[in-house]
Design a protein. Structure first.
Length: 370
């Protein structure tokens, strides 16, 4: 008899709890690296907040890319990412037998498991990111959604599917942003977002507008003391085949210099610095800046008249900040990461089809005019 009286109350309680989870689920985003991949995963934070304003949204990411997420951290006036959980898999695997490594790992696990998640979105498709899903503390009926198939020119490890409750199949040719949205929409049983009707958002405009100038030696100044117009040229990338020929950069730089722009040639390591120096030596007024951090890269990009770069993270940073950008594709597919959300972004070239200098100059002219 007691159970008969308690059943309606228990059902109401369970219904209430289910409704609360539906309106305010605890969500974990798993996108560990790298620079461009993390940037292209940012829009789903905005997508989730728009539909689930009261949700808890956490993101676990490699320690080197925490700074990419901090502008979206929840504050008293902005709802974004509630917790950023750093990991150091790249560093730990170099010191697997170190006591410090395992101490840091268990500390990370404790932080990760401080929340019990209702939904885990794994948009990387690698075994290490899938293992994070296994480490996370989850409710009994939690949804763990991840990529169910490989896509062209992207890393994918099929064993990762073993750790999902939903393996989401996406088109073989799928833009990085659309791929993340596909996984998200599947997890919540939402219609797939239309990229034209709902273009992706990345950073708050107020954050972009407040980025300070980054001054460094050799940067020309106007009579008022402000930096003269400069063009960033990101010529380096992890894979040599994705590079645009040095002689093209020189030809391009000479034209830009003759038009009054100072050409800046950043670098990421010693070999890249030597290439920057070689190109700069043939362009009037061009400089090779000092090394800079990811945080400083925001300022460098934000105040450039134009950014021109190959398919690499810093070029994509300019695009997601909504700055005039020309992206060069030489040995990677344009459809995968092209900036399609703004008129001030031009995308040139494609697989085995690098653009000419004249094509780039024409695109730069249009972008600057826009």
């Amino acid at each position: 008899m007691t159970s008969q009286h308690q059943t309606p109350a228990l059902e109401r309680m369970q219904t209430s709890q289910a409704a609360q989870v539906a309106q305010a689920p605890k969500i974990l985003l798993v996108k560990l690296s790298s620079l461009g991949d993390v940037l292209h995963n940012l829009p789903i934070v905005w997508d989730l907040r728009k539909r689930l304003p009261h949700a808890q949204i956490d993101w676990i990411v490699e320690e080197a890319y925490v700074h990419l997420l901090e502008p979206l951290k929840t504050t008293t006036t902005f709802k974004g990412i509630d917790r950023i959980i750093p990991v150091a898999f790249r560093r730990w695997r170099k010191n697997l037998f170190s006591f410090k490594t395992w101490r840091e790992f268990f500390a990370m696990r404790k932080v990760l498991q401080a929340t019990t998640y209702d939904v885990v979105l794994e948009t990387q498709g690698l075994l290490k990111s899938a293992l994070v899903c296994a480490l996370a503390k989850k409710t009994n009926h939690a949804i763990v959604a991840g990529l169910g198939n490989a896509t062209e020119h992207s890393g994918y490890e099929p064993m990762a599917r073993m750790f999902y409750t939903q393996s989401v199949h996406v088109p073989v040719k799928c833009h990085a942003i659309d791929r993340s949205r596909w996984v998200m929409c599947s997890a919540f049983d939402w219609p797939l977002l239309n990229r034209n009707e709902e273009p992706p958002r990345f950073y708050p405009q107020a954050f972009i507008e407040k980025l300070p100038l980054l001054l460094f030696e050799g940067l020309k100044k106007t009579a008022k003391g402000d930096p003269a117009p400069y063009v960033l040229c990101f010529h380096s990338t992890a894979r040599a085949a994705k590079r645009w020929p040095n002689e093209y950069w020189v030809e391009l730089g000479k034209v830009l210099s003759s038009q009054g722009y100072q050409v800046i040639l950043p670098w990421g390591n010693e070999s890249e610095m030597k290439v920057s120096a070689l190109i700069a030596s043939q362009i009037p007024g061009a400089i090779v800046p000092r090394a800079f951090s990811i945080e400083q890269a925001y300022s460098l990009v934000a105040h450039a008249a134009l950014t021109i770069g190959v398919d690499t993270g810093l070029t994509h940073l300019s695009a997601v900040l909504g700055k005039p950008t020309v992206e060069i594709y030489c040995d990677s597919p344009r459809w995968k990461t092209e900036g399609y959300w703004s008129w001030v972004i031009a995308n040139l070239g494609d697989m085995k089809k690098p653009p000419s200098v004249n094509e780039l100059l024409e695109a730069a002219k249009i972008v600057l005019a826009a």
